[in-house]
Write a protein that binds this ligand. Structure first.
Ligand code: CMC
Length: 431
């Protein structure tokens, strides 16, 4: 981040303060307000951080107007076409694409950390048998801090590295176990001869009573879903992880906080909510009714899988996801899927509607992902856990970047207080 030499002047009553303007490598300039309170005695007010950069980061860049997403400079569509999830993990974590040897070493390290401590199986048994897999994941990932003491010291770079690999490696195992537990089936242990996505599919769908062959088409589609969700700069769950970690808390507790935040329907829970909405719409003739509801201010209904805080143009991930949905359904011989028909027609109608055009609402990554996951055989309750599996590398990369940043401080927002000013206590008999 370079100092542009420019300043922004803020005049308040008879006082003017000059604030430095910083220049990023891409995107709009940033006014540095860190000394604003000391110089002018005022705070800024920005609920939802709509105009506030909460940190400096060199991992992911989004140009919301162009609909562009870059990881370490590489466009997501190129990565989705040419790369694979673990290579993208390496890129996000270490900043560069790996050489063949570096990739082999990284894949081996991740593969050899996929098993969880055997005692953790008992921990799962404490949950209600039909618990939502996200509920189980929040608890189990937080509990990792009780099982992996040797990688909780955030001041030790080696422990940070081990914790990062453990989280990326174990998250699919934990998500699959949460699923198996919720449907009353035995856990399937990971297998080191399978790649990351195939291993995850096997842990979700195999049973000990019979052989399970991973379908390579589904494995590739899963890998692409993971890649498309891997990181998305300072979104709500990533910011949650950063804020939680800023106090010095251990990485497992902080990633559990990220999972909790991801669960909400405005964020990672949107993929589940979107497929449920498409199913509720059911047939294309009912679409206008739902479009009408989405536009009605007195109705809380929103088109799930539509709109984004940053993208005011197509979400580039949604384009790849739509293409993937077509491919997967065709390859599985279910291209006449009614839900896909509803999704495509809903997208077409919404994109021609004045309300959606004016508000720049486009399909986001979650609009088509549910259709693919459903075709693969996942229940809707597993959609958000799969998002969590994918986003773990983003959370971990952003966490590592933050801990290593010399400007890191505990996150402590200020407020615009609207409550009572000082008043005296009234004894109960006089109230
Ligand atoms: N359907 C109908 N109207 C909408 C929608 C929608 N999906 N999204 C936004 N709007 C309207 C909203 O009512 C508001 O109208 P007005 O200006 O008249 O008050 C305007 O568009 C701006 O919306 P906002 O809520 O102020 O925008 P935001 O940036 O705070 O919210 C969002 C972004 C993603 C939470 C929101 O678009 C939304 O709720 N979408 C549906 C949920 C969803 O698909 N979430 C997944 C996001 S992508 C995956 C991820 O990152 O987790």
């Amino acid at each position: 981040m370079a100092d542009t030499g420019k300043t922004a002047k803020l005049t308040l009553d008879d006082k003017t303060v000059e604030l430095p303007v910083l220049s990023p490598t891409a995107g709009p300039d940033v006014i540095d307000i860190r000394k604003l309170y000391a110089q002018a005695g005022v705070f800024t007010y920005d609920p939802g951080y709509t105009s506030t950069a909460s940190c400096a980061s060199s991992i992911t860049y989004i140009d919301g107007d162009k609909g562009e997403l870059l990881h370490r400079g590489y466009p997501i569509d190129q990565l989705a076409e040419k790369s694979h999830f673990l290579e993208v993990c390496y890129l996000l974590l270490y900043g560069e694409l790996p050489t063949a040897e570096e990739l082999e070493d990284f894949e081996s390290r991740v593969t050899h950390h996929t098993m969880i401590h055997e005692q953790m199986h008992n921990f799962f048994r404490g949950f209600r048998r039909d618990a939502h897999p996200m509920a189980t994941m929040v608890g189990v990932v937080g509990a990792m801090s009780a099982f992996y003491h040797d990688s909780t010291d955030i001041n030790d770079p080696w422990q940070r590295e081990v914790a990062s690999i453990r989280l990326i490696a174990k998250m699919p195992t934990i998500a699959a176990m949460a699923y198996k537990y919720s449907i009353g089936q035995p856990d399937i242990y990971p297998r080191n001869d399978l790649d990351y996505s195939s291993n995850f599919l096997r842990m979700c769908f195999a049973v000990p009573a019979e052989e399970y062959e991973v379908n390579p088409i589904l494995s590739r589609a899963m890998d692409r879903i993971l890649m498309l969700h891997a990181d998305h700069e300072q979104n709500a769950s990533t910011s949650t992880v950063r804020l939680a970690s800023s106090s010095g808390a251990n990485p497992f507790a902080c990633i559990a906080a990220g999972i909790a935040c991801l669960w909400g329907p405005a964020h990672g829970g949107a993929n589940q909510a979107c497929l449920e909405m498409l199913r509720e719409i059911g047939t294309v003739d009912r679409i206008p009714e739902y479009i009408k509801r989405a536009k009605d201010k007195s109705d809380p209904f929103r088109l799930m899988g539509f709109g984004h805080r940053v993208y005011k143009n197509f979400d580039p991930r949604a384009k790849v996801m739509k293409q993937s949905a077509d491919e997967v359904l065709e390859l599985l011989g279910i291209e006449n899927n009614e839900t896909l028909k509803v999704a495509k027609e809903l997208e077409r109608i919404a994109l021609e509607d004045e309300y959606f055009i004016e508000k720049k609402l486009y399909p986001n990554v979650d609009f088509y992902s549910g259709i693919i996951l459903d075709a693969m055989g996942f229940p809707t309750s597993m959609f958000t856990p799969i998002f969590a599996v994918a986003r773990t590398v983003g959370w971990v990369s952003q966490w590592k970047e933050m801990i290593a940043d010399p400007e890191m401080k505990i996150g402590r927002p200020r407020q615009l207080y609207t409550g009572y000013t000082r008043r005296d206590y009234v004894d109960v008999e006089n109230r």
